[in-house]
Write a protein that binds this ligand. Structure first.
Ligand SMILES: NC(=O)C1=CN([C@@H]2O[C@H](COP(=O)(O)OP(=O)(O)OC[C@H]3O[C@@H](n4cnc5c(N)ncnc54)[C@H](O)[C@@H]3O)[C@@H](O)[C@H]2O)[C@@H](O)CC1
Ligand SMILES: [K+]
Length: 473
């Protein structure tokens, strides 16, 4: 962002870029309020250009008849052009450091229709400073809608981490491109809905993070051609389940059958349960080594302590997905030594165990954690969660999946995902594509299945076909 801004600013008249940002911001605020005339707007203004954006947008709203009050966090370092523009348009300014203004600031925020958060943008470090934190609390407590400028102040733009107090916005109007902090939890939860304003920047081709959309997924989904037979479409092997957890095998197979492979081979002690539910499955109890040829393996869901199967699968020269118990049982050196792709699919707790840290520290630093795991294990890693992340070993953009729903936090939902992703691996997708496409479909299927009410993991597997059709239509 910084480099792209510099490059464009050098070619534009002074202040033009900020005017573009402010115009987009004011338009979004006007749309959110429905009408501008007579509305009460409070601007929270920090000392940088983020505050400048807020002031110029406030001036635009004031010219259309809104009553605009700017709350200045450091009056002596406020963007001078922005403040002058606001004053010319009839807006007023209060200073947080002035005792006589404190009560007026509180009153203004309490009675506002809209609060615009221009405290800090991409220039921010750490959570909100002590003088700014109380403003975030006031804004949250007021009935006003809160619009964040570029980012909710206090969140880390580059990582999605939140290291202290931060603004909770209903809408974030961001400029030029989405920042990782707008896509990745926990920061994402502070952003509300996100609107992108194009300010004409040319951005580098390779992003830090990317999010697939319907069209991207549609282009990646395997579609059988006229010449396809079940072997050419790929056979996926599922080594999962145990006498204690036969259901995990059934759910992984359920996911795999909907993932585009031509056949699903099941290996393990839950063959009877699998066949009873899915008669089309090829079942064997001979162990992965003697199961016959597959184009990809899924190992681990409900596997209990079957380390032997995990080792046999990892020894095969085809793509392998390792999930759940498999993550605990897999030998790290064996994983690292593999030539064919490996896709590991931990949730935060499993990721914490693999990294030797606490679950909380994985959840607080999801982007860092997924990259670190991919590096340590030389594997593609899909870190599950409210926003699922997929990272390749050796770097490149991390894929962020935002289709999920909290209803997916239900037992067995991960087994369905691993079967689905394994099936896509067998159909020939790369580990990064298989993981991110599976997460996308799985999230969408979860939304369709839940439709606002609790559901079970088997409901998710049954909605994968609707999700697939939705993506393709
Ligand atoms: N550079 C440009 O051409 C453009 C910049 N734009 C805006 O400018 C912003 C970046 O501006 P700046 O580089 O001036 O930086 P910011 O305005 O984001 O923040 C810098 C100021 O915030 C203070 N600060 C840092 N961390 C803080 C914290 N935790 N709590 C409270 N205050 C903190 C610093 O003391 C510094 O003065 C973008 O986010 C965007 O809103 C837009 O106007 C588009 C064009
Ligand atoms: K902000």
């Amino acid at each position: 962002m910084r480099a792209a801004e510099r490059e464009l600013m050098a070619r534009l008249p002074e202040g033009a870029l900020m005017q573009r940002a402010a115009a987009g911001l004011a338009a979004a605020c006007a749309e959110l309020m429905g009408r501008v005339y007579g509305r009460r707007v409070v601007l929270l203004v920090g000392s940088g250009d983020n505050g400048g954006d807020a002031l110029y947008a406030g001036a635009r709203l004031a010219r259309r008849g809104a009553g605009v009050t700017a709350v200045l966090l450091s009056p002596e370092r406020t963007h001078p052009g922005g403040l002058a523009a606001l004053r010319r348009a009839g807006g007023r300014a209060l200073a947080t450091r002035q005792k006589e203004d404190a009560a007026a600031v509180e009153r203004a925020i309490r009675s506002a229709d809209l609060v615009v958060d221009g405290i800090v943008g991409i220039g921010g470090k750490g959570g909100l400073r002590p003088d700014a934190a109380p403003l975030a609390e006031l804004a949250e407590a007021s009935r006003a809608a809160v619009v964040a400028v570029d980012l909710p102040s206090g969140v880390e733009a580059d990582t999605g981490e939140v290291r202290g107090a931060a603004i909770r916005a209903d809408l974030t109007v961001t400029f030029g491109t989405h920042k990782p902090g707008l896509l990745i939890d926990p920061a994402r939860e502070y952003a509300g809905s996100v609107r992108l304003v194009d300010i004409g920047l040319s951005l580098p081709d390779e992003a830090e993070a990317e999010a697939l959309q319907h069209a991207d997924v549609a282009a990646l989904l395997p579609v059988p051609g006229a010449e396809s037979d079940k072997y050419r479409r790929g056979v996926v092997g599922i080594a999962a389940g145990s006498s204690r957890y036969p259901g995990a095998a059934v759910l992984a197979v359920a996911g795999a059958l909907r993932g585009g492979a031509g056949a699903v081979r099941y290996v393990g002690p839950a063959g009877d349960a699998v066949i009873a539910r899915f008669p089309e499955t090829l079942v064997s109890d001979q162990g992965p080594k003697r199961a016959g040829r597959v184009q990809a393996w899924v190992v681990g869901p409900g596997a209990g302590d079957d380390a032997q199967s995990v080792a046999e699968v990892l020894a095969q020269d085809v793509p392998v997905l390792v999930d759940a118990d498999g993550l605990r049982l897999a030998d790290r050196d064996l994983v690292r030594a593999r030539k064919a792709p490996t896709l590991m699919t931990p949730h935060a707790g499993e990721a914490a165990a693999l990294l030797g840290v606490s679950r909380g520290s994985v959840e607080a630093a999801r982007l860092h954690s997924v990259r670190e795991l991919a590096e340590r294990y030389g594997a593609t890693v899909l870190l599950k969660g409210s926003t699922t992340l997929v990272a390749s070993p050796g770097g490149g953009p991390v894929r962020v999946n935002a289709t999920g729903t909290s209803w997916l936090a239900t037992a067995g939902s991960g087994d369905v995902l691993s079967g689905l992703a394994g099936s896509l691996l067998a159909a020939g997708l790369s580990a990064l594509d298989a993981g991110s496409v599976a997460a996308y479909l799985h999230g969408l299927a979860g939304r369709f299945a839940a439709d606002g009410a609790p559901m079970g993991a088997h409901d998710v597997s049954e909605s994968i076909r609707s999700a697939w059709r939705d993506v393709m239509s």
